[in-house]
Design a binder for this molecule. Sequence first.
Ligand code: NDP
Length: 252
Amino acid sequence: TVKSLEGRVAVITGASSGIGEAAAEHLAELGARVVVLARRADRLGELVTRIEKNGGQAVAIAADVSDAASVQAAADRVLAEFGGADLLFNNAGVMLPAPVDQVRADLWQQEIDTNVTGLMNAIGAFVPQLIASAARTGVADLINTSSIGAQNIYPNFAVYAGTKAFVTHSSRQLRAELGSRNVRVSVVEPGLVRTELQGHVTDPGANAWLDGVKDSLEWLVAEDIARTVGFIATLPRHVNIQQITVMPTAQA
Ligand code: NDP
């Protein structure tokens, strides 16, 4: 592999499984030092060991993105130990669909706390570092994970899709705000990716729908999105992928 991200410091949220985990491994292969963040410290520890075994550099920070103070403490540590991040893959998220008339306000709140507040907590904590890095080196990246749910209509996904519409639209707004300071902002909207995300769904109707599509078409794997993130980050500094939707070929 060409080490095209050599010298860069990448923070990946939601790195203990799925897309974030695969992205951490891929960005480390491309030469970035990676800081992996999620709540499950054991899973992060195993990931760091694997990255190091493959010749990469990684540090784990266990934190809940919905807790602003913990995310700021993580950012302070990244500044102290690495001189700051120049890539944030803002990817932690939960998907908990349910029919709206069940009034699962607990699930709505968890989605909003993680996908919206958590996303903004990481932006607030790390964007100052991205701006400072870009002022030094000429480029930094903020890459947010949205979903095809931000574009398409799916019954029972009103709140999840709403949080992802926030991610997509805010990313485009931030791109206009930060581009002139050499911080590229990109939003990635995946279709169905086989990860642990679907394992947290409790609603029987949503699970029946997911089981149906599971067997009817070939889903993406986390590595497909990891490679998309690597592609975005390795483009020449004057090129900014604003928004990219990555679908399984057979998903409508
Ligand atoms: P996973 O469930 O495998 O990964 C989710 C990650 O987010 C885990 O590492 C989890 O770690 C972390 N996370 C969840 N809540 C928190 C929290 N409060 N604080 C810190 N970390 C948290 O699913 P995916 O890899 O599929 O999901 C990654 C992103 O991709 C999400 O934003 C999801 O919405 C999006 N997405 C996924 C699609 C799919 O089909 N899989 C399609 C479109 C978008 P931990 O539990 O250890 O904290």
